[in-house]
Design a protein around this ligand. Sequence first.
Ligand SMILES: C[S@@+](CC[C@H](N)C(=O)[O-])C[C@H]1O[C@@H](n2cnc3c(N)ncnc32)[C@H](O)[C@@H]1O
Length: 402
Amino acid sequence: MTESTRRRRRPRALAAMLAVTLTCDGSASAFVPPPAGTLHSPFSSATAAAAAVAPAAGRASQQHPSQQRRGLLQGGYPRWSSSSSSSSSPLAGSAPAGGVVPTDHTDGWEPRDGVEIGTCSLVGSGPGDPDLLTVAGLRELQSADLVIADRLVSKEILGLVEGELRVARKYPGCAEQAQREIYRWMREGLSAGKHVVRLKIGDPFIFGRGGEEVLVMRELGVEPKVVPGISSVFSAPLLGGVPVTHRGVATQVTLGTGYGQDYARPDICDYHPQKTAVFLMAIGRLEELCADLVRRSYPTDTPVAIIENASTPRQRVIKGTVDTISKVARGLKVKAPATIVVGEVVSVLHGPEQGLLSDAAEGMFAGVDKERVASAAERVAEKKEGLFSGEAGEKVPVRRQA
Ligand SMILES: C[S@@+](CC[C@H](N)C(=O)[O-])C[C@H]1O[C@@H](n2cnc3c(N)ncnc32)[C@H](O)[C@@H]1O
């Protein structure tokens, strides 16, 4: 067993937690999340205990490509190799065909000869409720030395992180800058031999730059373990009481985004009466989206639902039509993260009702115990005093739950 492997397997009682956030002007601040023990675990104690003692999967050391390439199925999750040994993988090769080829993100960084670099995982957090994080995802969070999260990851999930936590605040206008900061944090963690977990909302491969980040991790000399997450694409509609397919109503589903690369306005697909269209990242462009739907032959009375903050205590479900939804959403000050569903399926369980159908207290298909999540969130909020504040460099010892 290598020294770094041995170190990662030790109890994490002494691990320190520090979160750094990136602001739009590039300046960084830090905060200290609550000791893990103070956050009520949403998992059954058996699950949590199993996760806590399970050796982190796929902990083999990784070296720079010039030293060694690995492409193994470890811990049940793929580390797609860019070596010829897994050339049949759809992800094999370091550059995608005809896609975005990342520029050099190494910034001249190379591991020192003989120094073992860390390991990396790319993990989906699910839509927000810790109950909807996968067991594999929980294990990763609990075994990470450094977790690098996006700002959309819910505070309930961030509250489960036991090691160092850094949160990138990607806002329109500074996404590229934040992304560069994320890569710098990755390099720092890897060169310190840490197990770095890159935590993304939903599923990392759906509108999350997951593929790009795999390519960058390869540039840095590590093949990440990729752990899927429950995507908002299907979970948000379900939690908002919308079955995206329904016999006799919808036989197909399309997925779109409100913002393409460099904030371009993406084209959308034509109307089909038996199709459900789901849109992510589109709430800031709802009016334009509805105009595009009309241009694509959608009848103006086609039902539309918006599920805001799905699965969190802040979940709201709003219903209207292509014609009315922008006004309704504006009135209710709907904000991201929100998923938009367009099609007749929206009325299957909700009927003709319009407006705010449910708020945090009464989710129709609440797959979660809202009281429990709300109280966990309260505890996180109390401890964090506003998620993005705190004293730089302060370290607190982790108290484990009994
Ligand atoms: C950058 S995309 C990432 C999508 C993510 N990878 C996934 O699979 O869900 C962010 C968008 O996902 C949607 N989203 C993520 N979490 C959500 C939630 N809890 N409730 C509603 N929509 C959510 C929103 O449309 C948000 O703007």
